[in-house]
Design a protein around this ligand. Structure first.
Ligand code: ADP
Ligand code: ZN
Ligand code: ZN
Length: 832
């Protein structure tokens, strides 16, 4: 019987809005609308815009206001689960933003189709038109004439209202893509492949019974080898041999990047021996055929075994504190295996995408195609696909950077937060400014799952929780395989320069260590936490330093682009020939970044292959993967980088790690600066000598007696912790207090000041001495907006939910005042 009742839905929109909005369900959709599925609704001024909204609740309560009808139903099945929506709501409350803000970040772009979304023909679309419907054909034709169009404009042009379901279908079949994806520099995965010239191949295959070249005297290939050898083309012979090995004697094409790049390869191609062709590489690789190893075959050593047992205490959260290369990953794999064998799911979080490459392989070795990977460097369509597959329950192990906490889990029983101390877990922009470790702990509560926080250098907060019995503690004190931790040396750079024991930015000791490593065919990692070539250009006569016009920072010199650039807003100018203030031509560079270190090393070690990994060198998709793969396959001898090189990487042949300037790291202005300096230096040190060969770490500093450096040299986490926890208590920081930081922004400094003063006064009225500020932050203007900060601190034991409501109320009151309406307010809960 037809359902003729009147239904309403409360929906969530991916917008900065306080709550849900109610729409009426047209009768034709009765029974089709589901909680967690998307519907199309109009929203905004004059109802001009359409959005995909997620249904939060279906009911029959007639709303106070006349409500509009939903326009269409996009999904017949939920794409968001009930628990996910609860998670969004918690996140909105805790981090002082709206569930819509959370939804906007949580859903992959591919699921947020709106009338304002621009779409284009999918770069991989085959052009096959026969399977398209009439309207789909019209869309394709339109987009052929106008490469990028907004959904509304398409709807107008072809004259249909229900455009979004149509476009959704075309997105799913990869006929069109959303522009967000194009803006992410979407490129179909094409790569150059090399194969053997067919004429050589057929001869070779005819004589394939024995792959030993020497026994095929009359093959053409053999003749070619003889010829090359006669002419002493050693390099070409080498390349060809390597190619034959990788291609299984010419049977399969080989990715060009796997062969030694250089003139030998070029000549072989030029002479028609090898042919190069472009091939499209599949997006999500299929691992169904891959052979897996039973995780039960891993044999833990005594310390690992003891840690593994300790992780099974009745507590739901544990800290696994194991030194670098102690084999924490193997312990995680054992934990995951238990969960997977019982049919449940595990989530494995990593702070940095660059790290996933290695861990993916280690997890796939044991769990094959049950591993799903999700992170922000994936294109929108890849992320949407992983989302759908997770919903279908295809994966039992989910691996990703912080956004993986938003996946639609089915049966989550274990969460691993590797490198839990890492600051990359905190999202800075946009809101929600969440910390993925803390969010994971809440997620675990929702699912009644266990959590393992792992680190060689735990955060002070986590260690404190473990010390106080809130978390269980498991410890591994030795490296796996009996290898020792690297020997850490500290070089006083002031002395080094005085005694002429330094060349530029490098001490003689560091240079000798590098040379030694290279001579022994070992690899080197150098850490410098600033990117660019030099940090400032300074006039030698009047000391003028070029600044950004939009931000209160000096511009950084980038040699590759020969420009001065702002690291806050991207503003860039050509390098001036003379001082803009006094026209002097005596401009000097001060402070060094990774680009400079890379260049200097290349000059000092011309034979070595030097590469750099920082934000600038990894802008393009997959570039970081190529660098890591080159390093792994030893096509790179020395890797220079920012904190990207400090983390988690497990490379066998790294024997030397250099920290070019420890002072930059230690002097970072934050209550966490010493903690973080210890973590970064210990972590990067941990990359050395992981598989024997006696690693060496050299720290260069102008402040050799600093306590933190002593802690790093002695691998004294405990010492660092005792000192820090004491300071935190005295100076009222976490874990004893919770901080909430409020940033106010406005173009007009006077208006900003009056708003900040008003807000601080109101907050003092409510919270008295818990309010600090307002004050200008270190960088007091960014992108043309002045900034002021007010910080609140609450004792850990105080109820905070009410305080947050009061704070938001004061904030809302502020922005409603006539003079202050243009103020932007940012709340950062647990700032780091
Ligand atoms: P961590 O994550 O603690 O820094 P890893 O898990 O990367 O250390 O371990 C360091 C190295 O030791 C890795 O190459 C790993 O494969 C190896 N390893 C650790 N535990 C075992 C084990 N039980 N059996 C075999 N190899 C192990
Ligand atoms: Zn000057
Ligand atoms: Zn700027």
């Amino acid at each position: 019987m037809e359902d003729t009742q009147v239904y309403y839905v409360d929906v969530l929109l991916p917008l900065h809005l306080p709550g849900t909005y109610t729409y009426r369900v047209p009768q034709e959709y009765n029974g089709e609308v589901q909680v967690g599925a998307r519907v199309v609704v109009q929203f905004g001024a004059k109802n001009s815009r359409m959005y995909s909204a997620v249904v939060r609740r279906i009911h029959q309560e007639t709303p106070q206001w006349k409500s509009k009808y939903i326009m269409a139903v996009l999904d017949t099945e939920p794409i968001v689960t009930e628990r996910q929506m609860e998670f969004w709501e918690w996140m909105g409350r805790y981090y002082m933003c709206s569930p819509g803000d959370v939804m906007a970040v949580a859903l992959p772009a591919g699921l947020k189709l709106a009338s304002e979304s621009a779409v284009a023909i999918h770069p991989d679309f085959s052009g096959e038109l026969s399977s398209l419907t009439k309207y789909e054909l019209m869309v394709v034709q339109l987009l052929t004439d106008h490469p990028v169009m907004r959904v509304v404009d398409i709807s107008r042009a072809i004259g249909i209202q229900k455009i979004m379901p149509l476009i959704r279908g075309m997105i799913e079949r990869e006929i069109v893509v959303m522009d967000e994806e194009l803006r992410q520099r979407f490129t179909p995965r094409k790569a150059a492949y090399v194969r053997l010239n067919d004429t050589l191949l057929s001869q070779q295959q005819a004589a394939d019974s024995s792959p030993n070249l020497g026994e095929q005297p009359d093959s053409q290939l053999k003749a070619l080898f003889d010829d090359l050898e006669r002419k002493k083309r050693v390099k070409q012979v080498e390349v060809l041999m390597q190619f034959l090995q990788l291609s299984h004697f010419g049977k399969e094409p080989v990715a060009k990047r796997e062969l030694p790049q250089g003139s030998a390869l070029q000549t072989l191609v030029k002479n028609g021996v090898l042919l190069v062709e472009e091939r499209i590489e599949s997006r999500l690789k299929d691992y169904s055929d891959a052979e897996t190893t039973d995780p039960r075959s891993i044999v833990l050593n005594d310390e690992q075994q003891a840690a593994f047992s300790a992780l099974h205490s009745p507590l739901s959260t544990h800290l696994l504190h194991g030194v670098t290369s102690s084999g924490k990953t193997e312990v995680y794999i054992k934990m995951i295996d238990e969960v997977v064998r019982d049919g449940h799911q595990a989530l494995f979080l990593l702070p940095e995408i660059a790290l996933t490459a290695q861990i993916i392989n280690r997890l796939r070795k044991y769990f094959g195609n049950r591993v799903g990977v999700y992170h922000s460097r994936f294109s929108a369509s890849e992320r949407t696909e992983v989302w759908h597959r997770t919903l279908r329950g295809d994966y039992q192990v989910l691996l990703g950077a912080r956004s993986a906490v938003f996946l639609p889990f089915k049966d989550l029983k274990l969460i691993i937060v590797d490198e839990e101390h890492d600051n990359s877990y905190k999202q800075f922009e946009p809101s929600p400014r969440y910390h993925a470790r803390d969010a994971a702990l809440y997620l675990a509560r929702l699912w009644d799952a266990r959590t393992v926080l792992g680190s060689a250098t735990p955060s002070v907060e986590t260690y404190w929780n473990a010390e106080n019995g809130k978390y269980g503690l498991a410890t591994i004190t030795k490296r796996y395989g009996g290898y020792s931790l690297p020997k850490v040396e500290c070089i006083d750079m002031k002395e080094a320069h005085r005694q002429k024991m330094a060349k530029g930015h490098f001490s003689v000791q560091l240079l000798e260590a590098i040379k030694d490593a290279l001579d022994n065919k070992r690899q080197v990692i150098l850490f410098q936490n600033r990117r660019g070539f030099s940090l400032r250009l300074e006039c030698d006569d009047c000391h003028e330093v070029p600044h950004c016009v939009h931000c209160d920072v000096s511009l950084v010199y980038h040699k590759a682009s020969n420009s001065l650039r702002c690291h806050y807003c991207g503003y860039s100018i050509p390098v001036p020939q003379e001082c803009p203030a006094c026209h002097s031509t005596h401009l000097k560079m001060t402070g060094v970044g990774t680009e400079r270190i890379e260049e200097d090393l290349q000059i000092l070690f011309p034979e070595a292959s030097v590469a750099r990994m920082d934000l600038d060198s990894t802008l393009q998709k997959n570039q970081y993967l190529e660098i890591l793969s080159d390093f792994e396959h030893r096509r790179i001898d020395i890797l220079v980088g920012t904190q990207m090189v400090t983390k988690g990487l497990d490379f066998e042949r790294v024997s030397v790690v250099g920290i070019v300037n420890a002072d930059n790291i230690i002097n970072y202005p934050s209550f966490r600066s010493f903690e973080r300096a210890f973590q970064q230096m210990t972590q990067v040190s941990g990359r050395a000598g992981r598989h024997g060969s006696g690693g060496r770490v050299i720290i260069q500093t102008y402040n050799p007696h600093h306590q933190v450096i002593a802690n790093v040299m002695d691998n004294d986490y405990q010492g660092l912790y005792e000192e820090q926890i004491q300071e935190r208590r005295v100076f009222r920081y976490p874990p004893f207090y919770r901080l909430i930081e409020i940033t106010l922004k406005h173009r007009d400094a006077d208006l900003l000041n009056s708003a900040a003063d008003w807000m601080a006064m109101q907050l003092r009225g409510a919270f008295a001495g818990r309010v600090l500020g307002p004050e200008y932050p270190l960088v007091s203007r960014i992108r043309g907006l002045y900034l002021k900060q007010i910080t609140l601190r609450f004792e850990r034991t105080e109820p905070i939910a009410d305080a947050k409501r009061v704070i938001r109320q004061i904030g809302d009151d502020l922005t409603k005042q006539d003079g202050h309406s243009g103020i932007t307010l940012i709340y950062d809960v647990d700032p780091s």
